[in-house]
Design a protein around this ligand. Structure first.
Ligand code: ATP
Ligand code: MG
Length: 170
């Protein structure tokens, strides 16, 4: 059985990590799509697809999970063809895991089995909350796997976030 999980992972956090580890223990293989792959260097999307790829793969390998494939997916800005677009880039899958209502609808309309994973500590394990904390110098490292904090350090991600938060009028 092959299972699909889709996210933007800006950044990859412990909520995503808990869901994917559970999927990996149930499915033979987990396909992880990095959505909006072309976006980076924006406050809402600070990290590149390659950086997100590193965050996910290192975190899973650190925890002994190896039965996953990561596929970056560019936006097509065309919801009606989006599932076909994803299908053209991934191995065939039997089930899709998502809590996103639009993704659920689009895959259900194409007759996919869709399951909603449990949400883990959604108030704090949230990309938006982690980006907010990074910008405001609040603690965020306890909300991501250790490997994610290491990748963000390696790429000087905090400096990037701060620069993205500046403007040229001051
Ligand atoms: P953002 O705030 O930037 O939208 P996010 O935390 O929602 O970030 P996404 O990459 O948008 O993360 O989400 C990918 C998938 O992960 C979605 O299906 C989302 O519902 C799910 N998800 C997000 N947070 C959690 C969590 N704490 N526990 C379980 N699943 C989560
Ligand atoms: Mg989200």
């Amino acid at each position: 059985m092959r299972a699909l999980y889709i996210g933007r992972f800006q950044p990859y956090h412990l909520g995503h990590h808990a869901v994917i580890k559970e999927m990996a223990s149930e499915a033979d293989e987990v396909i992880i799509c990095i959505g909006s792959a072309q976006r980076s260097h924006e406050l809402e999307n600070p990290f590149t697809a390659g950086e997100r790829y590193l965050m996910i793969s290192k975190s899973l390998r650190d925890d002994g999970v190896f039965n996953f494939y990561i596929v970056p997916i560019l936006d097509v800005n065309w919801n009606a063809v989006w599932v076909s677009h994803v299908e053209s880039l991934i191995p065939p899958v039997d089930v899709v895991y998502t809590n996103n209502p639009l993704i659920e609808r689009l895959f259900k309309e194409r007759d996919y089995k869709v399951r909603a994973p449990l949400l883990f500590n959604r108030k704090e394990y949230s990309g938006s909350e982690i980006r907010r904390r990074m910008l405001n110098n609040e603690s965020w490292k306890d909300l991501v796997p250790k490997a994610v904090a290491e990748v963000i350090k390696e790429i000087e991600g905090m400096k990037r976030m701060k620069d993205l938060g500046r403007n040229d009028t001051e």
